[in-house]
Design a protein around this ligand. Structure first.
Ligand code: SAM
Length: 214
């Protein structure tokens, strides 16, 4: 794989619009092949296997799309809020989790409409590279604020090993890793994607080795 640096590509100058995603869902109800591609099956299996704890109290999943990952997260959580802003996605997501009464699927535009609750698990899959630098910072601030001390942030994004796509999961995950409140527990990187598990530490000393004071 090509060697990389955190700033070897720039985020989009403007956050991708709702109209862009609405168009994608109008053209194809599953524009990324989330329900069919091996890449997605493997990504979901690895994501679920990487959750450090067997059970979570309250989970937030931004950008849930058609609910494929939501459906797999549901049995691990007492409550789960999954949000997306594309109507074509939400209908399918609601249908994917209809057997789970503890799962709520809601329309929200991010980062403006982040929920007010707190979570012990936040799972962010393939959404952060659609944000401008400013909105990415707002998203990360908002997610960290809503994560319990000791809570887990699990995140996974496509990584373009041949650099065809410019800004990608590698760059996004470097931005997350720069957050002082988060300690990285797991890092997986291969030619397809990068997956990280971060834990919000309590500032008492645990985690300082990962983020020494400068
Ligand atoms: C590539 S799909 C994510 C797939 C899903 N998380 C997964 O891994 O199965 C990106 C999703 O994020 C949603 N999305 C993108 N930007 C968003 C925003 N600013 N607010 C809410 N949803 C957004 C899109 O509508 C789309 O369904």
């Amino acid at each position: 794989m090509a060697s990389r640096t955190a700033d070897d590509a720039e985020p989009p100058t403007a956050t991708f619009s709702r109209e862009y995603f609405d168009r994608r869902y109008t053209q194809d109800p599953d524009p990324w092949g989330l329900a069919t591609k091996w890449y997605e099956r493997r990504k979901y299996a690895l994501t679920i296997a990487s959750l450090p704890r067997a059970r979570y109290r309250n989970c937030f999943e931004p950008g849930c799309a058609i609910g494929e990952l939501t459906r797999l997260l549901a049995p691990r959580c007492a409550r789960l809020l999954a949000v997306d802003f594309a109507e074509g996605a939400l209908e399918q997501a609601r249908s994917a989790v209809r057997e789970f009464e503890h799962v709520e699927v809601k329309r929200s535009k991010l980062p403006e409409q982040l929920p007010s609750d707190r979570y012990d698990l936040i799972v962010v899959s393939e959404i952060l590279y659609y944000f401008s630098s400013e909105d990415l910072n707002l998203m990360l601030d908002g997610l960290v604020d809503r994560l319990d001390t000791g809570g887990d942030l699990v995140t996974i994004h496509c990584r373009a090993s041949d650099r065809r796509h410019g800004y990608d999961g590698f760059n996004v995950h470097c931005s997350i890793d720069a957050r002082r409140e988060l300690e990285r527990l797991v890092h997986h990187e291969d030619e397809d994607f990068v997956l990280d598990v971060f834990r919000r530490w309590d500032g008492s000393g645990h985690g300082e080795s990962a983020h020494p004071a400068s």
